[in-house]
Design a protein around this ligand. Sequence first.
Ligand code: AKB
Length: 316
Amino acid sequence: MSSKILIIGACGQIGSELTYKLRAIHGDENVIASDINYGNVELVNSGIFEIVDAMDYASLNVCVEKHNIDTVYLMAAMLSATGEKYPNKAWDLNMTSLFNVLDLAKANYIKKVFWPSSIAVFGPSTPKIDTPQYTSMEPTTVYGITKQVGERWCEYYHQKYGVDVRSIRYPGIISWKTLPGGGTTDYAVEIYHKALENKSYDCFLNDASMLPMMYMEDAIKATVDIMDAAPEKIKIRSSYNLAAMSFTPVEIAESIKKHIPEFTISYSPDFRQEIADSWPKSIDDSSAREDWNWNHSYDLEATTKEMLTQLEALKT
Ligand code: AKB
């Protein structure tokens, strides 16, 4: 019998592309997309869609029972920049949704859970270069705190209740289909849109802000691969470090200039600079590479080429 999958937060940047990918793998009828509203018309119209409030256990349970769900991808979250504006809401959404899903698994209503963590679990006391899997973690954003605490709870539910929960620490994700919202790494998506629209971009981080990033296709591959891996391969039940590339705003601008020579970048750092400064510059993801064969394909040049080509094609 086919696995029945529920994606919570399917209208978002990663949720939407994950939905399309999982439908291609498992069949449209086996992948139910859900969100708190009809926020992404294309996604909503692309297959089975349910309105689900991830903070409401009953609403979630009704959907799981109705569709006989056995696997949940919990992609709903408030990200770093928005979280600093609404700290209580970020805490409530990020933690309550996680507990609801973990409790459904504990009660055996579902068998398998994917929950994304983030490089935001790290903080100023973390080594910034090749940040190890196990290291000092003192996040200074509400989002980072929820992700760090969430990791502890995932491991706890796995150890105490046998819940099959799997997680990766996403870096900034670059994609063209659905815009990101409320993150500190969002500049690395906006810059491509503005490069094509205006041939210039005013960056909200300074020129030297190096951050770990990944092209969407690699992020989706990692998500699918960790969920497909045999349970004994998943040795870390908090969350795996994951990496592909690291670059600064200057470097991404240089890579865009190779395609759009007139492109210019200026810098007006805002409150997100402090968040970026607290995060690693590069990540050691050798555990993911060893345990479940993680491998990335896209570097900065390949990402820039793909982003500009795909966004250009959307205009026609
Ligand atoms: C953010 O910038 O908040 C996210 C993240 C790194 O988790 N993209």
